[in-house]
Write a protein that binds this ligand. Structure first.
Ligand SMILES: [Zn+2]
Length: 140
């Protein structure tokens, strides 16, 4: 699963879940393992970084537009598990992450279309102004 998909879904959990920030951060972190479990096509690190940075720019744009300074943390919680694996923080955690990861037959690149639609839908949800005050009415 691309880092961008993890980033986008975790940001939606934070922004639209109507949960406390700590709980939404935790759910964003946990969502990583469920998303990785789905059949998907893995991009190489360079492509992942390029599209991830583009997504991070969009998240930052929304952060500044809405003055929602917890949004980047909500988004980053979704990619944190991959970072912890990359940084070799804990062998047990790496084993757990790899256990949760999809191990089926070689996935077709066409599955990237599912991720593109997921990211597009997530960004659409994130960019919509919130009715009834949304998060900002509760936590500002
Ligand atoms: Zn992962």
């Amino acid at each position: 699963m691309t880092g961008l998909t993890h980033l986008a879904v975790s940001a939606v959990i934070y922004r639209r879940g109507r949960l406390s920030p700590p709980l939404s951060f935790a759910l964003g972190f946990v969502s990583h393992f469920f998303l990785d479990r789905l059949p998907h096509y893995d991009l190489n690190m360079a492509a992942n970084m390029v599209i991830g940075l583009a997504g991070a720019w969009f998240i930052w744009h929304l952060t500044c537009r809405d003055r929602d300074y917890l949004l980047p943390f909500g988004a980053l919680m979704g990619v944190l598990p991959d970072a912890l694996v990359l940084w070799k923080v804990n062998p047990w955690f790496t084993s757990f992450h790899n256990f949760c990861h999809y191990h089926g037959t070689a996935a077709t690149p066409w599955l990237l279309v599912v991720e593109i639609l997921t990211v597009a839908g997530s960004f659409w949800l994130l960019s919509k102004p919130e009715k009834n005050g949304g998060r900002f009415a509760t936590f500002s």
